[in-house]
Design a protein around this ligand. Structure first.
Ligand code: B1M
Length: 212
């Protein structure tokens, strides 16, 4: 790996947004392939951030600043990747369920998934089953991710799965869940395809489901 690329990798891990922007521009100007900058600089760094989070070396704030730095680099790279016709790992529609306005965890999960190479369609908060269904029809994602932080709103997860079934599109998309009150057994009980306890595990789950 070139010295500048390695510097970029470390700057993402350090969450140094300005440095990431400047290094991505430097690499582009030096004719580095956008995909190489993405894979070896941004995605590899976010994967290391996930590892550090899992072993307790990083906490949510470190993960958030790293994800923001990664997104700043992605913003510069995206037009070049599109120009070259480089495909994302797959599209994921994500949102916080109806009645629920908590979005910090969902945003972090979305950023980490983007860092893993997925294209994210972020529906925001308070997303009704009907809106999720419409988004799946429109964007044809490989996965639908739902987040809920309230015991009173998590019931909108099974409601969304039912709405997908009623619309005849449940089998077209993997459904993954997360959020503090949600558990693995709840996910199984309501017929989801998986549950991520945190952002790093959500990424591992999405990668696993995508390669299955
Ligand atoms: Co609210 N709130 N809140 N709140 N809030 C909780 C969730 C609560 C546990 C606090 C408490 O009472 N101890 C409680 C819920 C109780 C319950 O239902 N059992 C609660 C309540 C009651 C409420 C209100 C009803 C309060 C009121 O108005 N009376 C109200 C509801 C508003 C609404 O949504 N309709 C409310 C409002 C708010 C604020 C607006 C003030 C604010 C939200 C700001 C925002 O999100 N923009 C807020 C906050 C900040 C919290 C706490 C303090 C923190 C949540 C958070 O951001 N955590 C929370 C208490 C707590 O958790 N200590 C609380 C950090 C975040 C990184 O973690 O979201 O768990 P988390 O996400 C993790 C994982 O869960 C997982 O990965 C993330 C990263 O590791 N994950 C996924 C999340 N989504 C995933 C999706 C996946 C996979 C993994 O796949 C798709």
């Amino acid at each position: 790996m070139s010295e500048v690329l390695e510097h970029l990798y470390n700057s993402v891990i350090d969450g140094d947004q300005e440095e990431v922007e400047s290094l991505v521009n430097e690499l582009i100007n030096a004719n580095h392939e956008p995909q190489q900058i993405l894979n070896q600089g941004l995605i590899a760094a976010m994967s290391e951030v996930g590892n550090r989070f899992e072993c307790g070396e990083f906490y949510v704030p470190e993960m958030l600043v790293a994800a923001r730095a990664m997104q700043a680099g992605m913003a510069i790279l995206k037009p070049l990747l599109v120009e070259k016709g480089i495909q994302a790992a797959g599209k994921i529609v994500i949102g916080t369920v109806k009645g629920d306005l908590h979005d910090i965890g969902k945003n972090l999960v979305a950023m980490m998934l983007e860092g893993a190479g997925f294209e994210i369609i972020d529906m925001g908060t308070d997303v009704s089953p009907e809106k999720f269904v419409a988004a799946v029809k429109q964007h044809k994602p490989i996965m639908l991710g739902m987040s809920a932080l309230l015991t009173t709103t998590m019931v909108n997860m099974p409601a969304t799965i039912e709405a997908l079934k009623e619309a005849g599109i449940r089998d077209t998309v993997k459904v993954i869940l997360g959020g503090a009150p949600v558990t693995e057994s709840y996910a199984q009980q309501i017929g989801a395809d998986g549950y991520g306890a945190d952002a790093s595990r959500a990424v591992a789950l999405a990668k696993k489901l995508n390669s299955a």
